[in-house]
Design a binder for this molecule. Sequence first.
Ligand code: BGC
Length: 745
Amino acid sequence: MRRILILWLCTASLSAFGERLSNPRTEERVGRLIRNMTLEEKIGQMTQRSGRGGVKAFREEIRLGRIGSILNEVDADSVNALQRIAVEESPNGIPLLIGRDVIHGFRTIFPIPLGLAATWNPALVEKGARIAAVEAASSGVHWTFAPMMDIARDPRWGRIAEGFGEDPYLAAVMSVAMIRGFQGDDLSGPASLAACAKHFAGYGAAEGGRDYNTVMMSENELRDVYLPPFRASVDAGCATFMAAFNELNGVPASGSSFLFRRILRDEWGFEGFVVSDWASITQMVPHGFAADHKQAAEKAIRAGIDMEMQTDSYVAHIRELLDEGRITMAMIDEAVANILRVKFAMGLFERPYTDASLFPPLLNAEHLESAKQAALQSAVLLKNNGVLPLSGNLKRLAVIGPLADAPHEQLGTWVFDGRAEDAVTPLAALRSRLPNGPHVDYVQTLAYSRDRDTRNFGRAVKAAKKSDAVLLFLGEEAILSGEAHCRADLNLPGAQDALVDAIRKTGRPVVLVILAGRPLTIGHLLDRVDAVLYAFHPGTMAGPALADLLFGTESPSGKLTVTFPKVVGQIPMYYNHKNTGRPPRAESWVHIDAIEVGVWQTSLGNESHYLDAGFLPEFPFGYGLSYTAFDYRNLKLSSGTIRHGDSLTVAADIRNTGSLAADEIVQLYIRDRVGDITRPVKELKGFRRIRLEPGETRTVRFTLKTEDLAFHNRKMEFVTEPGWFHVWIGPNSAEGLRGEFEIVQ
Ligand code: BGC
């Protein structure tokens, strides 16, 4: 047992990873099978049904070969029973593929993906996905609908929680790490899950951050900002793709042959299969892109959507569409081949059943320790006037707020299999950590994050007054982010702002710990508290991780992967924006209150800013403090000039100038000064998480190849143009040591 666990947890070896799904033997088996299949069975392979609400009804359909995949059935015994019908009784014995949203853990819940990204630790993200795969596979799951790699520049969008943030490079690295974790080094391994790159494409750019909404964007922006993680996923061998709900420039993704045939298959050579999103094919009717379900099915098949999730437009209409010559049998065979190829690659024909006894237990100590590490590394320290870490000499600690002891909420969005009873809350962890330490006085005060009832404020204030320090656990419940859970107001909901004020008045040191699924607008609270630790939704092990951070067993080391705006009106706000012809400057910005009455229009700088909110975010991308301090020195470039095809080494010395050992996330940015189309003011091109002892200095080196600097020009060619570049090594996107170099032909 132990041996198996170790084997399954070891990370994928580079050489084995990203192998092609297609090979002559598989294609031969796929072809032979398709020749034997009836049309009904082919349509069956293209059909996925939800097990929610009971799968018993499916037995007969499975027996007839009318269902190829089921989602939302996670009991190994009942999956095996259905699988036995498919394998032993259906006409060609084709095994079912069982899908599930295993997004940030199965039973052991890791931080939400936005929190995972804030670790800037792909190895840890890969390990988390491996653990999720082991746990899910033991329950009969073969396929996860993850990672979600949609770039999100709008924190109103609830699904920002589910992705890696606003940067294409970071999202690509994290997506590949997750895919490697889910799929392991061999897709046919018993603990491997097929991964699913979603949602293709542009879903995160929904207008106004309203889920499912319209997306209009240039092809350059699509290719340079939104597609890189998807491209990297294909190269990493990701087995499946999911179509997005949104329309992109007027065409719903589920009907877009531009996305699925031209880009995914022809340009990128994807060999796996594409699943629609939940009912996204029939939703082409309300989109106004198809007159009825029949036309929707036709458009989806033509676009290259191989499997229909949940709805039955394929079942109902494929035969008719074929008879009418609106689609061809070659299209159907191609879709079925794509699906079967993945089933073969997964070894389902050889090993269709799950033997749960071969797997390590769910929530075992190793899994919990990794979840704790991820929670530790994901929390971002946004302010600290020295109150943190808390001293071991405290006598009384007041723990206040609706999220101090809310096990369900700390798990975050998209948790189907994690359980509140497994979660260790901050309150529980603080109490067990401090049996002989300070007395912990807990007042929940508000029943949940949206609660407006201030009746218990008096008790909270009393506890705060008696304490040496107050820990305020505020933020958002899990349900306030995730699919369709968008918010127009990003302040703390309910009476939480008022609670901060009430506690502040006690004069006690206040540490604000925020648990949330997105960036919140907290700027107005910063001068009312002494420290802010932003924990996102940290998962099962939130409590032990936060207790370690608050008491300084470990220093916070997470950094933001999305820009935090000051106010909602600044959105969209992202670090890799364009410069404009009139970039804002601190010297010429005048606050709205300082403008003289009756002055000339042109006296206000005429630059790209808001009179009231300026032009800077509250916290920039890449930002995060530590209990120690790091000094960046001696930026060195291996050369000031490089030729096409060459590479450049960029290095800097990072020194821990404080008195604690801690991790630092060192970031590499570039700016292409002039382009065939204008280039962003900064672009992340590398990062490294390093650990430095007090006084230790490390030289961190990055290698930049000229192809790393390529972008799509007006002819949609992916090119690196000659010319001047700036390069920075720094602690975040707003600071750093700057150098420059030139690329010559
Ligand atoms: C979501 C997908 C998810 C699917 C299945 C949809 O509503 O958009 O991301 O995988 O449901 O649960």
